[in-house]
Each structure stands twice: as structure tokens, then as C-alpha cells.
Design a protein around this ligand. Sequence first.
Ligand code: ZN
Length: 303
Amino acid sequence: MNLPDKVTICEVGLRDGLQNEKRLFTLQEKLALLNSVVKSGIKIIEVGSFVNPKAVPAMADTDELAKLMPKSSGIEYRALVANLRGVQRAHECGISKTKLTVSASEAHCLSNLNKLPAEIIHGFKDCVEYAQKQSLQLSGAISTAFGCPFQGKVPALQVENVVKEFLNLGITELSLSDTTGMANPKQVYNLCTMLKTKYPQVRWILHFHNTRGMALANIFAGMQAGITTYDGSFAGLGGCPFAPGASGNVATEDIVHMLDEMGIETNIDLLDVIETAKLAQSFAGRITESFILKAGRCQDLVK
Ligand code: ZN
């Protein structure tokens, strides 16, 4: 079995997790969650997004949260942005990495923005120029990379075309997002193996939603394809406000627990991750889709 010794987890709960919750979390609640994530040892944290607050009200206070981020060394804070104004806002409040997102699905892009994926990426040129001048880092996210509620299957060639457009802009960290939980492990293995072989210069990140219960299997398939960085969301919160049927991200504690059980190193304290998830669940005010919060760790059974 081809598995990595070490895996990196990125916590996206403060962005993807909260943007689809019915209840708006207060700034103090977000800060408590952020401090808890930092305590667990997670080193890549997506703190929010800089998008139109009318479209995504849960992210309206990302600037304020960013100003309160613990300044621990070795932590990478990132934010999702849609355009140059987003990159500028992130820079103004001290976030050095922004993630530009585009859907691989032509139908999704046309429905949301009335543009094709390549046209959207060409529109990111001003973001790249600004980032270069200010020494900021840019990352690219390819949503609906494994399936789209508007289009159905998304051919590998469409995903590869988006990869090429990002590389043309000089962006070499790319995440493939299964926005609506349509990926299956065989598809993940095949797509990731192809892309990783053809574009070895890319730092790949995989982002799965557990809408149909396949997220952990997809992570396993991604690891077999040699990908070692994965997004997770505390307590399994999450979804996409623009994608019908989207539900929670795979829970960070479920990923860390699986990796711990398999002896794959994360440098993350699982008990601390579980504490973060409990906090998130209590703020959300509902039982969330987290296996470990429901069932506990395997080792909790052995007294
Ligand atoms: Zn997502």
C-alpha cells in the first residue's frame, strides 16, 4: 500500500464551515474557535473570506477576526477571495496568502458569473500583479473538480484546463474541491495520479465534503495517489451557499483520528481537535455530522 508517513491538515471551518450555518457566529465565538485550532497544532488555517457581505453575511467580519489572529510563528493564515479587492482587504489586515477560486464546471461558472472558467482566471491577472508587488502568496482553488450539480460529471480535461490557466498565471499551489460531495475514490485516485504526474511542480491540496459518505475514502485514495495535504472543518460544519445539495465538509477530527489510527503523522493533538469540534457544535446549536463527536475515539473503548 502506497501511503505517506506524514500528512498536513488545513482547518477551513472558520470559512467553509461557518458560511453555510443558519446561525451567525459572533466575533468572540470565532476567535475562541481560532485559538482552539491554533492550540491543537494545526498550522494552516483558513480564517474567512473577503467576498460581498450581502452574498455571504457570515464572512462580513473576517477583517476584524484577522486583526485578532494569534501571531504564533509557523502558522499560515489564508483567506478565500473573489477578486482584487479581496486580495487588498486580506493584505490590509495581515493575511499573506489568499485563495482565488474558480469552478471547473462550465455550467457552474456560467450560472454563477456568466463567464467560462478560463475567462474568470484571466480576470485574476490584476490580483497576481498586486500580489507580486506586495510579496503576497496566491493559491488557486478549483471547485466542483469531481462533479457539479448543474453539469453532472466534470471531465478530467476540464479540470486540467483550469490547472493550466492557473499555472499560466504563475500560481502553483492548487486545491481540488469536491464542493458537493460527488467524488468517488477511484475517480480521485485517477485524476490525482494524472495531474500529479503531469504537473509535479504543483503543491496539491484536496478538499472533500462528506455529502454522500465518501470523504474519508476519497482522502485514502488521494494519499495513495501521493497527495499529502487535506482540508477539514471542525465538527464537519460546512457547505457552499451557491451549490444546491451541498452539505458538511469532512470533519477535521474524523480525518486526524483516521490518520492517527493508521500511524500517519500529523503533528496535531487529536484531543485538542475534538475540543475545538465540541466548541463548534455548541456554538452551532445542533448535532453535527462528525463521527468522532458521536462515537468517540477507538481507543476510548479500551479502559
Ligand atoms: Zn468546501
